[in-house]
Design a protein around this ligand. Structure first.
Ligand code: FMN
Length: 233
């Protein structure tokens, strides 16, 4: 944890993801104190994934490394979230929000931000992608995007995925496996992913007639069917 933070560039904001499984290793207050001391700016708490991860494809190829989740996951409630938030001055961002109702509850309990995520589909096959969740939120309660910071990850592969999520009101997106796979080529691989994405986002923005990415809004996208979104051009 400390090593990662030491590697951060000046001004780079780093968050620490935690699962309740970490409780097996150390008491929560100690864990939170370590995260605070190391200089992280937020804690990202995984609130779903109560069961074992499924990781379907790797299970067919690799030895079974599944671990039973801590049974305390079943006690993950909104009240428990409030207790956790009271233990640290750092904002605790809820990761794994998949419905408009849970996004509304997050606002109600005063969460600073939420992460729409299905963990890249590794936890529960068939769970909605962040694009589908963001679209559901936009249709049913678009003010959510104004009331709370909404981030998203899972299946973001192209610049156009980034743009569609931002158009719906998501503030920032995350990518998992593209960076993991690129890391096989070390710094060069990571730089390549960043430059590809940068180019894709820039050219999608230009083709949409945007001069500043901050001007993107929902008028730039429309539904093709209930679960697919296309650009308006
Ligand atoms: C090997 C691997 C391990 C992961 N471990 C965790 C984890 O411990 N906790 C968590 O919240 N998400 C975990 N994730 C999910 C990522 O944080 C992220 O949500 C996901 O990879 C985003 O989807 P993408 O890979 O399609 O971009 C893991 C993902 C991968 C590929």
């Amino acid at each position: 944890m400390r090593i990662l933070h030491t590697a951060a560039q000046d001004g780079q904001v780093i968050w620490q993801q935690v699962s309740l499984m970490n409780l097996d290793e150390e008491p929560l207050l100690d864990l939170f104190a370590k995260i605070e001391d190391a200089g992280y700016k937020a804690i990202v708490l995984t609130v779903d994934s109560a069961g074992d991860r499924t990781a379907y494809r790797s299970r067919r190829l690799l030895p079974d490394t599944s671990i039973s989740r801590d049974p305390r996951y079943t006690f993950m409630t909104w009240d428990y979230y409030k207790e956790l938030q009271a233990m640290t001055p750092l904002p605790i961002i809820l990761k794994g929000i998949q419905t408009v109702e849970d996004a509304q509850m997050a606002i109600k309990v005063g969460a600073p931000a939420i992460f729409l995520s299905n963990h890249g589909g590794r936890s529960l096959d068939g769970s909605p992608s962040p694009m589908e969740i963001a679209w559901e939120i936009y249709q049913e309660d678009p003010d959510i995007f104004k009331k709370i910071e909404v981030y998203a990850d899972g299946g973001v592969r192209y610049g156009t995925d980034v743009m569609k999520l931002l158009a719906l009101g998501v503030r920032a997106v995350g990518l998992g496996r593209p960076f993991m796979y690129a890391n096989l080529y070390g710094t060069a691989g990571i730089s390549r992913v960043i430059s590809l994405l940068e180019r894709e986002v820039t050219s999608a923005g230009a083709n949409l007639g945007l001069s500043d990415i901050r001007d993107i809004d929902v008028s730039y996208v429309s539904p093709r069917s209930s679960d697919k979104i296309q650009f308006n051009s």
